[in-house]
Structure formats: C-alpha cells, structure tokens
Design a protein around this ligand. Structure first.
Ligand code: GDP
Length: 363
C-alpha cells in the first residue's frame, strides 16, 4: 500500500499526532485490510462530497477513501550510522511513498527539546542529514555496480554513472535529492535506488493553540524553507487535535469555533497527504453504498474499474460518468442524465477527481 511516513525529531509531537490520526480508531477499524501493526494507521480521508452525495442517494452505507500513515519513531542524529535502532527506521522510511515531517513550532518549557531550543529549520536539517548520509551510502554502492557496467562499453551505464556522481556530489554538499532540481527523466533513472531524500515531503508544523489557525514566526520560517522545494506546509496543534478526537460532535464544533477553525487541522494533513501521494478519488453512488475509490492521478477508466474488481477491467465496455458538480447541482443520476450530463467514456478516458462512475462490462 502507499503510505506516508511520519518523521521528525523526538519530542516534536509525532506520537500525539499519530494517535490523533487514529482517534477515529473505531471507524478505521471497520476497514477489512486494517493492519494490527501499532505503527501503522489506516485513516479515512475527510471528504464532504461523500456527505453531499449521500444526501441525494440515501445509501445504506458510506465509505471514505483511506490513507495509510506509518509512525517512524526513533529517528535521531546518528541514525544513519546505525546508532540505536536507526537503521531499522531508515528502512521503514524507504518503504513509504512520501513523508510527513513533523516540526516543532511550539514553545513549552515542560517539553524538552532535544537540541536545546526551538529552531525548526535546524531540526529539519538534522533529520535530512541522517537521510542524506544514508542516500550517499546507497549511491556509492550503486556507483560501484554501474562502474563495472561502463567497462563493458555500456553507453547507458556511462550516462547513469555521471548522473549518480552528480547526485552524490550534491548530497555531499548538503542538498537533499528533492532539492537538486532533477528532471522527471533523471528522477526516473534514480528510482530503483529508492533514495530517502527524493520522496515528496509535507511539512507539518506543530504549534500551540494560540498560533492557530495561521501559524507563527516559526511556521513562517518553515514556509520559506518549504517554498524552495515546492513543498506544502500544514499547521496543526497536535495537542488540540488529540483533545478534539475525544469530543462528541457538538463540543467539537464549539471548540473549533473558539479556535477559529472550520475543521480539525488533521483533516488538512490527511488530505494533503493523499494529494502528496498523487492519489485522487472517484465515486460510486448507489442505494447500497456511496463510496470513494482511490486511484492514481492519470489512471484510465479501466484501471479505475480494476480497483473495484479485476473483472471490471478485463471486461470493460464503457463508464457512465457524471462530474461530481453536475451530480450534486442537478440532484442525482436520473436528472443529470436528463440534462445530458452523463457521458459515456471509453477505455482511453482519464478519470477525473470526483467523477461519479458506473462501469459497464462483459463477464
Ligand atoms: P514524539 O517524540 O515526536 O512522538 O513526541 P510526542 O508526541 O510524544 O510529544 C512529546 C511531548 O510534547 C509530549 O509531552 C506531548 O504532550 C507534548 N506535545 C505534543 N504536541 C504538543 C503541542 O502541540 N503543544 C504542547 N505544548 N505540547 C505538545
């Protein structure tokens, strides 16, 4: 499964955030593929569109898309050299498709800061240094392999070696792979190395409640830093989130209003994570169930159908498709169809986020 690894220095609020993400635990436990690994959380993706669809269709059940978070605790300075359980954690990160980097942007003299003071950029760099040291090791090993190939006169090997040497040099100069300005093609050529600092990052700034909803001076620093690599920044208070998940709906709404928030900060984190993984949702809207299905951006209709069932892809004929906006503003499938808003899409159709779909297939 595609997962997001939660990383950050000790005591920045990772566990608090992770537990809050799983605070919808009861709901998450309904998912059959829910794992029992305590470090993995299957988290429903908040999506108001499902409620809007349900209002129209009145289904017996609704099902959100889910995204998987992995709590990668124990990453400390020295991890790359195998200090503590460091290497195991780095291996866990390798398996994640993207990273949520939690950064401490709150002051609290009761909570020890491992580096002695709150300094988000320095914190980010400590973690990145460990990841870069590991990447250097990986590239060095790969260079030895590729160098052997160049001796056989392999032209591609020569180009590959040059690329890897350039990447290694930049890592040695302190630049994570994702900040090296590599082209898509170059990134593709490095894919098999599973480099840690090549993964897309979402910076999650953990602030005190007084800094909600927009952040504080620390968050500004993180925003500037993130902008240099085109990364996004989410602002949350892990502590507040952990309180919010314990509340009933009414108290929660009241508390949110007091804080000036339209919704829990976690919702943003989850949605940003989903986007970071390059995932989108299409919907099926039947009386039995209104459901969001997860696909990759750019997937064709048959590929999307396969998420429901392999047979749907094999026997794919066409997809009756209504854009979410049309479905909702016109008041459902029949009316959308009447208004000429139901499209019959074929095998080449690239599914859009929010499409309401019904697949026709041969068995
Ligand atoms: P981790 O080591 O990164 O997993 O950090 P934890 O989630 O265990 O949090 C470390 C300490 O910071 C705990 O005592 C938390 O209660 C506290 N903490 C976490 N988030 C916040 C926050 O938003 N504000 C404040 N003041 N304390 C927090």
């Amino acid at each position: 499964a595609l997962s997001i690894g939660i990383v950050g220095l000790p005591n920045v609020g990772k566990s608090t955030l992770f537990n809050a993400l799983n605070g919808g635990g009861a709901e998450a436990a309904n998912y059959p593929f829910c794992t029992i690994d305590p470090n993995v959380g299957i988290v429903p993706v908040p999506d108001r569109r499902i409620d809007e669809l349900a209002k129209i269709v009145n289904p017996q059940a609704i099902q959100h898309a889910v995204v998987e978070f992995v709590d990668i605790a124990g990453l400390v300075a020295g991890a790359s050299s195998g200090e503590g359980l460091g290497n195991k954690f780095l291996a866990n990160i390798r398996e994640c498709a993207a990273i949520a980097h939690v950064v401490r942007c709150f002051e609290d003299e009761n909570v020890t800061h491992v580096a002695g003071k709150v300094d988000p950029i320095s914190d980010i760099e400590i973690i990145d240094t460990e990841l870069m040291l590991k990447d250097m090791e990986t590239v060095q090993k790969a260079n030895i392999r590729v160098e052997k190939l160049t001796k056989t006169g392999d032209k591609d090997a020569r180009a590959q070696l040059e690329l890897q040497q350039r990447v290694l040099k930049a890592l040695e100069d302190g630049t994570p792979v994702r900040r090296q300005g590599l082209s898509d093609d170059e990134k593709k050529k490095l894919r098999e190395l599973w480099l840690l600092t090549d993964k897309p990052v979402l910076y999650v700034t953990n602030v005190d409640d007084g800094s909600l909803p927009d952040g504080n001076a620390y968050v500004e620093k993180v925003r500037e830093y993130a902008a240099q690599e085109g990364a996004r920044v989410a602002v949350v208070s892990a502590q507040i989130e952990s309180e919010l998940v314990e509340m009933d709906a009414d108290s929660r709404d009241e508390f949110l209003a007091d804080l000036g928030l339209a919704e829990p900060g976690l919702n943003t984190v989850i949605r940003e994570a989903y986007t970071l993984l390059d995932l989108i949702s299409y919907f099926t809207a039947g009386v039995k169930e209104v459901r969001a299905w997860t696909i990759h951006r750019g997937d064709t209709a048959p590929k999307a159908a396969a998420v429901i069932h392999n047979d749907f892809e094999k026997g794919f004929i066409r997809a009756e498709t209504i854009a979410y906006e049309d479905f909702v503003t016109l008041g459902g499938e029949a009316k959308a169809k009447e208004a000429g808003k139901m499209r019959l899409e074929g095998k080449e159709y690239i599914v859009k986020d929010g499409d309401v779909m019904h697949f026709r297939f041969n068995v």
